[in-house]
Structures are given as structure tokens and as C-alpha cells.
Design a protein around this ligand. Structure first.
Ligand SMILES: [Zn+2]
Length: 174
């Protein structure tokens, strides 16, 4: 896989992240590639579906399994904008995905080096080999997340200010 191709698929994962944001979900997106073609897409849908497990990777893995009508994806690659968490890494191993490429590191829940190094498990405990490369289009992927949380904080502050204003109005009317 050339760096140009990798960047192209990461861009597609970023487009998926935008769809998550449109639903008020944390912008994380993923695509699954087989033989150089995107066969499945997914974006974070936790808020949209009130489903704890609806991370971008899980959504994309489910779509790929549906498409291929099999649960083993050992001829597939996963591209995701954020370092997979423990749950998603578990699903990646279960699906036997060959290669994982991710964008931003997640210092809070990243399972590919940030808070846990699941990759060290794979050779010793798990009978499967997944190669993982992180930090692809890292700045762009991270910026999408920081912008989202910054906007969210601004909204919370605005609402809070409005409420305080309401209270003041109420007091003036007395
Ligand atoms: Zn996850």
C-alpha cells in the first residue's frame, strides 16, 4: 500500500467522521478496504443510536461482514481517524483484520499504544497477526476532534450564560 493510497483512504475515513459530527456524535470515521477498494464505511453513532458499542470501527466491521457474508476479514484493511479503543481492538482481532491504519492517538482510551499496548498480546496470546500503523494524517484527524470539543464547550458555556441571564431577568421582574 503506497502512502498516497493510505492518505486517500484516510481522507475517506475523515469524510465519515464529518457525518458523525452532523448527528452530534464525536467525529470518528472508518473505512474498510479489500483489494484496494472501499467495501464498507462507518462513523461513530453512539448519540444517534443510543448504543455504547456504535463506534466507527464496529459499525464498519458490521457493514463489511454483511457485505462479504462472512465474519473473517483477514483480507481487509481498516482505516480509522482515531486510535482504536479496547472494545474495537478486540473486534479487529476477532475479525482477523490484516492491517489497521489510524490517525490521531487517543491518550484516554487508545488500545494501540496510548493506554494499552494490545499489539504485544497478539503474538503471544492471540493466534492472529494484525499490523497497526498510527499517526496518519494525525494533525487533521486530531484537529477535527479538538474543534468538536471546543465547539461543544462553547455551547455549554453559552447555554449556561443564557440561563444566568434568564435568572437575572426573573430577578428584575420581581
Ligand atoms: Zn472503539
Amino acid at each position: 500500500m503506497t502512502i498516497e493510497k493510505i492518505s486517500l483512504f484516510m481522507q475517506q475515513a475523515l469524510s465519515e467522521a464529518d457525518l458523525a459530527e452532523q448527528n452530534g456524535d464525536v467525529p470518528v470515521g472508518a473505512v474498510i478496504v479489500k483489494s484496494g477498494k472501499i467495501i464498507a464505511r462507518g462513523h461513530n453513532k453512539r448519540e444517534l443510536t443510543s448504543d455504547t458499542t456504535a463506534h466507527a470501527e464496529i459499525v464498519a466491521i458490521r457493514a463489511a461482514c454483511q457485505k462479504l457474508q462472512r465474519w473473517i476479514l483477514d483480507d481487509c484493511e481498516l482505516y480509522v481517524t482515531l486510535e482504536p479503543c479496547l472494545m474495537c481492538f478486540g473486534a479487529i482481532i476477532q475479525a482477523r483484520i490484516a492491517n489497521v491504519y489510524f490517525g490521531a492517538y487517543d491518550p484516554k482510551t487508545g488500545a494501540c499504544g496510548s493506554v494499552a499496548e494490545m499489539a504485544t498480546l497478539k503474538d503471544s496470546e492471540l493466534n492472529h497477526h494484525t499490523s497497526i500503523i498510527g499517526g496518519l494524517l494525525e494533525e487533521e484527524c486530531a484537529k477535527k476532534l479538538t474543534d468538536f470539543f471546543q465547539k461543544k464547550r462553547c455551547c455549554v458555556k453559552l447555554n449556561k450564560d443564557n440561563r444566568e441571564e434568564d435568572k437575572e431577568y426573573g430577578q428584575t421582574e420581581k
